[in-house]
Write a protein that binds this ligand. Structure first.
Ligand SMILES: Nc1ncnc2c1ncn2[C@@H]1O[C@H](COP(=O)(O)OP(=O)(O)OP(=O)(O)O)[C@@H](O)[C@H]1O
Ligand SMILES: [Mg+2]
Length: 497
């Protein structure tokens, strides 16, 4: 159970789920709180604009009814008290002498009220003012009482100041109306809004969860489809390429890569099958010859001793050939598995090459092929002489095998302070350009019939390359069909494991 949970947490599905859940939730919450805030702001602005309007009307009434001069007008007094009640607030009217002629709370009535805000309005420096008090709990609006009572009804924000009527030519005010009211009523509305929003947020979380679950199921579908197809391939159906419809580009790329791998496996598989049939054929040929030779000796009576000798010589040759094929195969398997440890020793490369050439000389002489060793300097290097001998002798053997009668083979040895270089060039048939990459592959032979005639299995260059790579060296091939071939080998003088 814990393991399954752990696997789920590590899965792509989980990543999608978490991402979508968090992102959609954050989006919903951000949008919700934006709506809530702008609603709160708008209601506050509306309320302030409404009260300002009422104060402006009151200011014009105060002016028209000369209330500043005789403040005991019952009608207007009642109206002011009613307005204060409706607003659940307090209205104070100050005359030009800063004397409070009306306070709906009566506390300040008859006293002087000299504040910076009142003074600025009185001298005409500013017009209507709106302020928030006690951490937005209360709003204070100050409205000038002017001669011309064409008072504007501006919509204001907190702590804003409007120029007095008349724009820049502000007039001195005859008095100021101060209106203070609580916005607790608004808070109630906001509180209600908040509780509604909480329900909405709960809904948002649910929606985000559903979206995240759906996405975590839908988005990995192409990957799952690819996995199903790969399982099909893993079951052994290597012959069909993977085809995915409606997939992501990235998944398509992975599919293409898998198809490339599959086609490589197909090539390897067919090469392997070809090799098995070739090897069986190669292994069977000497045995068949031996059987024929032995049978013909057995079937005859009183066979002359010379004939025995001749046939036995042929049988021995076939045994040698069989032996070569088996040895090559075993060498390659050993080199391939990399289980062989290199037996590194200090070897004189000039002597090594001389010895190899001496061995091949008789075969070359048979076809009048001239073999020359060009030693540019004495070279002593740390190598495994057995394995590198295999590599060099195959290169020289090939140069002779795939040469024309009367041709030449040049083996060149040179060195610098780090590497020694062996170059084997011939005047042979050459290798077609399209085959040059493949000749190092196991069992690959350009001309299969010819290679078989010359006793080749196609393993020689694979063995050569493996042996050179084991010495941390490199091999390159330059060839032109019909003109000849050159193989260059580079091996470090000092072996560093
Ligand atoms: N010097 C060369 N000139 C022309 N073709 C070459 C030369 N060397 C190699 N090739 C081509 O590359 C093929 C692979 O060579 P490789 O040595 O691996 O196999 P092989 O010579 O056929 O068999 P083996 O070396 O196992 O006896 C050869 O069959 C031949 O067609
Ligand atoms: Mg060869």
């Amino acid at each position: 159970m814990v393991r399954r949970l752990f696997r789920f947490i590590k899965s792509y599905r989980f990543v999608i789920f978490i991402t979508f859940f968090l992102v959609t939730m954050l989006m919903f919450f951000a949008f919700g709180s934006y709506l809530q805030n702008s609603y709160q702001k708008k209601t506050m602005e509306n309320k302030i604009a409404q009260v300002q309007g009422q104060c402006n009307i009151l200011a014009s009434q105060v002016q028209q009814n000369n209330f500043l001069i005789s403040s005991n007008m019952t009608n207007l007094n009642t109206e002011i008290n009613q307005l204060a009640n409706v607003l659940e607030g307090r209205i104070i009217i100050v005359d030009s002498n800063y004397l409070v002629i009306k306070d709906t709370y009566t506390m300040e009535q008859g006293r002087y009220l000299i504040s910076k805000d009142v003074h600025e309005i009185m001298i005409g420096k500013t017009g209507t003012k709106t302020k928030t008090l006690l951490q937005n709990e209360y709003i204070e609006i100050l409205v000038p009482i002017l001669d011309s009572t064409n008072v504007p009804q501006p919509i204001t924000t907190d702590n804003s100041t409007k120029p007095a009527v008349g724009g820049s030519d502000t007039k001195q005010a005859k008095g100021v109306i101060i209106c203070v009211f609580a916005i607790g009523e608004l808070s109630d509305t906001n509180e209600y809004m908040r509780s509604q929003a909480d329900i909405l947020y709960g809904f948002f979380i649910f929606i985000s969860f559903v979206v995240a679950v759906l996405m975590s199921l839908i988005l990995p579908l192409p990957i799952r489809a690819l996995n199903r197809k790969l399982q099909h391939v893993a079951e052994g159906h290597l012959d069909e390429p993977i085809v995915l419809y409606h997939s992501y580009e990235e998944v398509q790329d992975v599919t293409d890569t898998f198809n490339q791998i599959i086609s490589k496996i197909q090539v390897l598989e067919s090469t392997r099958q070809e090799f098995v049939s070739n090897v069986s054929h190669e292994l069977k040929t000497p045995i068949t010859s031996m059987k024929v030779l032995a049978d013909s000796l057995l079937m005859q009576e009183d066979v002359p001793a010379e004939m025995y000798r001749e046939f036995m010589g042929d049988i021995a040759e076939e045994i040698d050939r069989e032996n070569k094929i088996i040895t090559d195969l075993l060498t390659l398997v050993r080199l391939d598995k990399q289980v062989t440890n290199l037996n590194i020793e200090t070897v004189n490369i000039n002597e090594l090459l001389e010895l190899l050439l001496k061995r091949i000389q008789p075969i070359a002489a048979e076809r009048e092929i001239d073999i020359v060793l060009e030693s540019m300097r004495e070279v002593v290097a740390e190598i495994d002489s057995v394995k590198l001998s295999l590599a060099f002798s195959n290169l020289i053997e090939n140069a002779v095998k795939y040469n024309q009668n009367g041709g030449w083979v040049h083996v060149n040895l040179d060195a610098d302070h780090k590497f020694f270089y062996v170059k084997v060039s011939d005047s042979g048939v050459g290798i077609p350009e399209d085959c040059q990459d493949k000749v190092f592959e196991r069992f690959y032979r350009v001309d299969k019939a010819r290679s078989r005639d010359t006793g080749g299995t196609g393993l020689g260059l694979a063995i050569t390359r493996n042996a050179i790579l084991m010495h941390k060296g490199a091999i390159q091939l330059y060839s032109k069909q019909g003109e000849g071939t050159t193989f260059t080998v580079r091996i470090p003088l000092i072996y560093i494991s």
